[in-house]
Design a protein around this ligand. Structure first.
Ligand SMILES: C[S@@+](CC[C@H](N)C(=O)[O-])C[C@H]1O[C@@H](n2cnc3c(N)ncnc32)[C@H](O)[C@@H]1O
Length: 202
């Protein structure tokens, strides 16, 4: 299995217990750069996988494929962890890696250990409280929406459809024993619990 592990914003104490356990118990740990390697260092020896910042698509694809080959070879020996700054699913190399792996090695299984993202770290460090809707941008177009407190999921979906969103995921009680995740639009219920989220994508 290939496990994306969130390493938090930059302090080796801001990794979760789960992240530390996965790093300690993986057959191999990869990271995309030096900062990530340093964050992993108290728990495991990590190898840097090269992900160059180039716009040459052919060169990029060749390198990504080489990296995918390497990961697959290692995953035959046991779990392979890939440590990422912040959270693996937010603006991260992990998403690209998953895309490439699914293309060339669709049988490889994935898991993600969430990390403390720069988005929440920022608020903690600067004493900013966000209690109304907010936007996170890197300058690209907005294509995702995360709607908290999804007590009336279908109503929310209808509104989002009018805004051009067409893919939805409903979830409740994530990471708990009562966890619910529904990815089929037709199965999303009328009523939700307070601890629920609707995710929408354009
Ligand atoms: C490629 S994104 C990685 C985001 C990361 N996956 C996360 O969940 O925070 C890199 C950007 O995240 C932000 N970032 C990450 N760590 C940060 C930190 N410790 N302090 C401030 N910004 C940070 C910066 O805006 C940086 O340009």
């Amino acid at each position: 299995m290939l496990i994306g592990v969130g390493l938090g914003p930059g302090d080796p104490e801001l990794l979760t217990l789960k992240a530390v356990n996965v790093l300690k118990n993986s057959a191999k740990v990869y990271v995309p750069g030096r900062l990530a390697k340093e964050l992993v260092a108290p728990y495991a020896e990590a190898e840097i996988l090269d992900f160059p910042m180039t716009r040459d698509l052919d060169a990029l694809n060749t390198l990504w494929k080489e990296n995918a080959d390497k990961l697959v070879e290692e995953s035959k020996k046991g779990d392979v962890a890939f440590g990422l700054i912040g959270d693996p699913n937010f603006f991260s190399t992990f998403s690209h890696l998953k895309r490439i792996m699914r293309k060339y090695y669709p049988d490889v299984e994935f898991a993600t250990v969430p990390g403390i993202s720069s988005i929440t770290s920022f608020a903690a460090r600067t004493d900013v409280a966000v209690d109304t809707s907010f936007e996170v941008t890197d300058g690209s177009e907005i294509e995702h929406k995360i709607h908290l407190k999804a007590r009336h999921p279908r109503k929310i979906m209808e509104k989002l459809e009018a805004e051009g969103y067409n893919e939805f995921i409903f979830s409740e009680w994530l990471f708990s024993e009562k966890e619910v995740i529904i990815k089929e639009k037709e199965k999303i219920p009328e009523e939700g619990n307070y601890f629920s989220i609707i995710y929408a994508k354009k």
